[in-house]
Design a protein around this ligand. Structure first.
Ligand SMILES: *Cc1c(COP(=O)(O)O)cnc(C)c1O
Length: 376
């Protein structure tokens, strides 16, 4: 290989092809760059991937989650059960609605919310179950939807990382209650920034549209009415055009990610105490991330420094969020969720993105072997 072989390898990088770039240029020249025809086309294309269910798009996954909570009627006094091992946006939107995020521990193997722990945390105030499909591996949706049906609860899937993932062969988003996706730059499908909400009933679309743009409803040539407080979370046509360019490539991206993950399983050093992700024999995951939990004896920051010196970027997704000051102020403390705390302290995200070469995986594994040995 060329000298480029030793270029810095980030943990992820978006792949935008020339046809998509040309499409964005067309939008820029069209005279209409905010929400318009491209956004509607993107919604239709997303709906087609979600078994025809109604989908509305936003300028972030966070907006999709918060509007999902509004549609579920969540407000002050309500509880939303979720996992502490996620991006902090998952719980921040619950606080933003004036409700209480109720964290429960994870399953240490899947690293997703533990359904038995959800069951134990249900109260009369529980309104919504909010599983997160961490790294693209779906949470146990059979158990979660079973519980929601028995208890009359809503489900809002934080599927920010799970576009292209499956459950019993069905695409995430093609079934269930409310499902929120993110199209942030690091996600498997990107619009640079953006998100989408799949609705369980198309009759909810008008309310969703009001909530994303100041509550405004237009009628006739000049009519305007506002009867609900909406925010400002509409997507631009520039962003939507990126998503439209990405969509036809998604299955190829997922297949490539799956192949790279398989290579990691083959080549990752047999370091004692390192915990690999589940192998996902059912092919459910979109392999948004390949994450390893380091052994106790290895200091994570030293591992990351060593890998950086070898030209390899390592991510941390995520520290357990109940230990942030904002959440400690609600009464959360160390020791409450031991699996999430332990994994949150030791988890690392290895490079994985569709443009990566097989040789990059070999390089990551060889460097990791050296760094782990030097630190042991
Ligand atoms: C990315 C992400 C979000 C937020 O999405 P944005 O588009 O960045 O607002 C929420 N939850 C999880 C699990 C995420 O990974």
């Amino acid at each position: 290989m060329s000298a480029g072989a030793m270029d810095f390898l980030p943990f992820t990088r978006p792949l935008i092809d020339e046809a998509t770039i040309a499409g964005v240029v067309e939008v820029l020249r069209s005279g209409w760059i905010t929400t318009g025809p491209e956004a509607r086309r993107f919604e239709d294309a997303l709906a087609a991937r979600c078994d025809g269910r109604a989908v509305r798009v936003f300028n972030s996954g966070t907006a999709a989650l918060e509007i999902g909570l509004q549609i579920a009627g969540v407000g002050p006094g309500d509880e939303v059960i979720t996992t502490p091992l996620s991006w902090v946006g998952t719980a921040n939107v619950v606080l933003a609605r004036g409700a209480r995020p109720v964290f429960v521990d994870i399953d240490p193997v899947t690293r997703n919310i533990d359904p038995a722990a959800i069951e134990a945390a249900l109260t009369d105030a529980t309104r919504v179950l909010m599983p997160v499909h961490l790294a693209g591996l779906p949470a146990d949706l059979d158990a979660i939807y079973g519980m929601s049906a028995r208890r009359g609860l809503r489900v809002l899937e934080d599927a920010a990382q799970a576009f292209g993932s499956r459950w019993h062969g069905r695409p995430i988003g093609s079934f269930g209650d409310l499902v929120a996706f993110s199209f942030h730059a690091n996600k498997n499908l990107t619009t640079s920034e953006g998100g989408a909400l799949v609705l369980p009933d198309p009759a909810l679309a008008p309310l969703t549209e009001k909530l994303r743009l100041q509550g405004v409803v237009r009628s006739g040539e000049d009519g305007m009415e506002v009867d609900v407080l909406g925010g400002k979370s509409n997507i631009t046509d520039i962003a939507a055009r990126i998503g439209l360019g990405q969509l036809p490539q998604l299955d190829g991206f997922t297949a490539r990610r799956r192949a790279l993950a398989a290579r990691y399983f083959e080549e990752w050093p047999d370091a004692p105490g390192c915990e690999l992700p589940p192998r996902d024999p059912g092919g459910n995951s979109n392999w948004h991330m390949f994450q390893v939990v380091l052994p106790e004896r290895i200091e994570r920051a030293a591992f990351m420094r060593g890998m950086k010196e070898a030209g390899i970027g390592i991510g941390v997704h995520y520290p357990a969020m109940h230990l942030f000051s904002l959440y400690r102020a609600l009464g959360y403390r160390e020791g409450m969720f031991p699996h999430a705390e332990r994994i949150g302290r030791r988890i690392v995200t290895l490079p994985l993105f569709p443009a990566m070469h097989d040789a990059d995986v070999s390089r990551v594994c060889a460097s990791a072997r050296c760094v782990l040995e030097s630190l042991s």
